[in-house]
Design a protein around this ligand. Structure first.
Ligand SMILES: *Cc1c(COP(=O)(O)O)cnc(C)c1O
Length: 401
């Protein structure tokens, strides 16, 4: 027998749960791409994308996933031979650095390991050593989806300002946009990359490069910029096709329009508060499972440094993989793999997994997830403390007081 038949739940850190409203609005005939409604709908996206990132500056849209946004951002920030300072707090920082290497950029990486947030003091030291201002850009990850650490991006701006360093500050918000508070303008971020398939609840296919007026000016000093990735025509097109350098992503435009309407109707601060309350309920459950000799451990111990969109955690290997398989095959709940957590002792990261709790999730989705993991632990005989659902329920009840 299996208990998986019914609506499945993909609880991985992207792609996230797609609201029915988004799917339904995408289920339609192709619109005219030369005039009419599609053009207006496209233009309506820009102010709302800026609202979500708390910026009044610029945003370009690409038909791409997050990796495409990484490449687009690099193409507009630097050219072969330029130096970038890259802050790694998990797999994704290294991923962006590898892409920069392949473009012929010089990368200097400051690695904070797999369990800790960035520390601005070390970044400031590196910037002070760069007396000739060779570093063109500092690349950070707001939330690293592999470790689930959340970084203080504003502290990197403070480090740049403290030594009057002119480099642009770039942030990867692919996992955090629309989940964790991110204030592009207030925090002095020049370039920000995001995708539509995480906090923005749309199937993968669109990504965004936000850029400050300063980054826009800096781009003009490059000797050349790839015509496909160039962000300028995408914000100041002479013809509609230039928004996307070709055919518009027609159905994604409708899906994103719907998702942004849902975010606006809820209110951005309420969206953040919902993610925080649900994350706290989940963390309370995980603390219970890890008590009384239970082996479950959160990767990031300090709640102040945790993302509210994804939680990375461990069990004794291979219990994480056994649990993932159990919840998927028996209960219709898919948990995320332990990404970038391979070690000599655990070459396939069978002791790590991740829970995505981003986007279209509410109290009952998270309570269902907690109850399902609890059943899996029991069925598999994985030692765990009691009271997880109870502790989560108390958190949810108190969040609504
Ligand atoms: C998901 C993610 C990416 C990669 O996005 P893709 O759409 O898979 O290319 C990059 N950075 C972060 C922080 C992410 O969460």
């Amino acid at each position: 027998m299996s208990l998986r038949f019914g609506r499945s739940y993909l609880a991985i850190p992207g792609p996230s749960v797609i609201p029915d409203e988004v799917l339904q609005t995408m289920h339609r005939a192709s619109p005219n791409i030369y005039e009419g409604e599609l053009i207006e709908t496209t233009e309506s996206l820009f102010p709302d994308l800026k609202y979500v990132a708390q910026t009044t500056q610029n945003v370009a849209i690409y038909i791409a996933n997050g990796h495409g946004a990484w490449e687009a951002a690099l193409a507009n920030m630097a050219e072969a031979g330029d130096t970038l300072l890259i802050i790694a707090t998990g797999r994704f920082g290294h991923g962006w650095a590898e892409m920069a290497d392949r473009l012929g950029l010089q990368t200097e990486i400051i690695d904070f390991g797999l369990k800790a947030p960035l520390e601005a003091g070390r970044i400031e030291e590196a910037l002070r050593r760069d007396k000739d201002h060779k570093i063109k850009a500092v690349l950070t990850t707001h939330v690293d989806t592999s470790t689930s650490v959340k970084n203080d991006v504003a502290s990197v701006r403070a480090a740049l300002d403290a030594c009057n360093h002119p480099a642009v500050l770039a942030a990867d918000c692919i996992a955090s946009l629309g989940c964790d508070d991110f204030q592009m303008d207030a925090w002095g971020v020049d370039v920000m990359v995001a995708g539509c398939q995480k906090g923005l609840m749309v199937p993968a296919g669109l990504s965004f490069v936000y850029f400050s007026d300063k980054a826009k000016e800096a781009q003009k000093t490059l000797s050349r910029v790839s015509s496909y990735w160039d962000w300028l025509p995408r914000i100041e097109p002479e013809g509609y096709y230039q928004y996307f350098c070709g055919t518009a992503p027609t159905h994604h435009i409708y899906g994103l329009r719907q998702a942004l309407d849902m975010i606006k109707a809820e209110g951005l601060n309420n969206v953040f508060a919902r993610h925080r309350s649900l994350a706290e309920a989940l963390w309370a459950a995980i603390d219970c499972w890890g008590s009384d000799g239970g082996t479950m451990r959160m990767n990031i111990t300090d709640p102040a440094h945790r993302s509210c969109a994804v939680t990375a955690l461990s069990l004794n290997k291979p219990d994480a993989t056994r649990l993932r398989r159990w919840t998927e095959h028996n209960a219709g709940l898919t948990l995320g793999i332990g990404l970038g957590m391979n070690s000599e002792d655990d070459p396939n990261a069978d002791g790590f997994f991740r829970i995505g709790h981003m986007g279209h999730v509410n109290a009952h989705t998270i309570m269902g997830l907690i109850g399902t993991i609890d059943a899996g632990l029991k069925s598999l005989g994985i030692k765990h403390g009691a009271g997880a659902s109870e502790a989560a329920a108390v958190k949810i009840a108190s969040a609504l007081l």
